[in-house]
Design a protein around this ligand. Structure first.
Ligand SMILES: Nc1nc2c(c(=O)[nH]1)N[C@H]1C(S)=C(S)[C@@H](COP(=O)(O)O)O[C@H]1N2
Ligand SMILES: [Mo]
Length: 221
């Protein structure tokens, strides 16, 4: 069953509905990945574009920062925890419709890591890679520097579980949840935005909640 799901994802999200039907109760009707309802997680669905993901923790987790920076480097979990932590409590919104209200995330502001690395002139974007070996995401430099974009170490007042992309995931609060890359392992500063995994299938690169992917919600006061 996992093999069938992975094949469906590889072929594209629009085929996923058929795959979901074949998987029956195992997967939800969701075009953005292999899904399943996470137990006890407040309505979150599990997403991974790969059939399995290695576990990384205290001894073997590394987050590399490279590309157009003065000081490329890598962080261990302890290094990330030693930096000032930011807490955000917002609604999580998946582009397919499900939503989890008031979810706390905590971590290091991405802008802090960019400042520490020393972004070079000419840098316009940031690319994110994951230790699942497949997923990627990207932000413009302006988006990446927002105060509501975190390299998150905690979610729902606990360490981020493996299912939710732990030990470290990206959290892009103002955008649909596909921007929040799980199992984050690399941050590369680049000269232009490179569309991420789902964006190659037509999802918007600028994924503002309510103002992208064909939605145009009335502005709230
Ligand atoms: N590495 C990786 N990150 C990912 C995904 C994925 O498949 N792989 N799916 C994205 C999508 S579409 C969503 S909705 C969220 C789901 O996060 P969750 O599994 O913690 O609910 O992760 C995003 N980040
Ligand atoms: Mo999603």
């Amino acid at each position: 069953m996992i093999g069938l799901g992975a094949a469906g994802v590889a072929a594209g999200p629009y085929l996923q509905r058929g795959v979901d039907a074949a998987l029956g109760s195992v997967a939800g009707k969701d075009p953005t990945g292999l899904t399943g309802l996470l137990p006890g997680a407040g309505g979150f669905r599990y997403y991974s574009v790969t059939a399995s993901v290695p576990h990384r923790g205290e001894t073997d987790y590394r987050l590399t920062v490279d590309g157009l920076v003065e000081h490329p480097g890598s962080y261990r979990l302890a290094d990330l925890r030693a930096l000032p932590q930011e807490r955000l409590v917002r609604d999580v919104q998946c582009v397919t419709g499900w939503r989890v209200p008031g979810t706390p995330f905590e971590g290091v502001r991405l802008s802090r890591l960019l400042d520490a690395a020393g972004v070079r002139p000419g840098a316009r974007a940031v690319r994110f890679t994951c230790f699942d070996g497949a997923y990627s995401e990207s932000l413009t430099m302006e988006q990446a520097r927002r105060s509501d974009v975190l390299v998150a170490l905690r979610m729902q007042d606990a360490g981020i579980s493996h299912a939710h992309g732990g030990p470290v995931r990206l959290y892009v609060a103002p955008m649909y949840f596909y921007k929040s890359a799980k199992w984050l392992s690399g941050i590369t500063v680049t000269d232009k935005v490179e569309p991420g995994y789902w964006e190659r299938y037509g999802y918007d690169v600028d994924a503002w909640v309510g103002r992208s992917n064909g939605r145009d919600d009335a502005p709230t006061a």
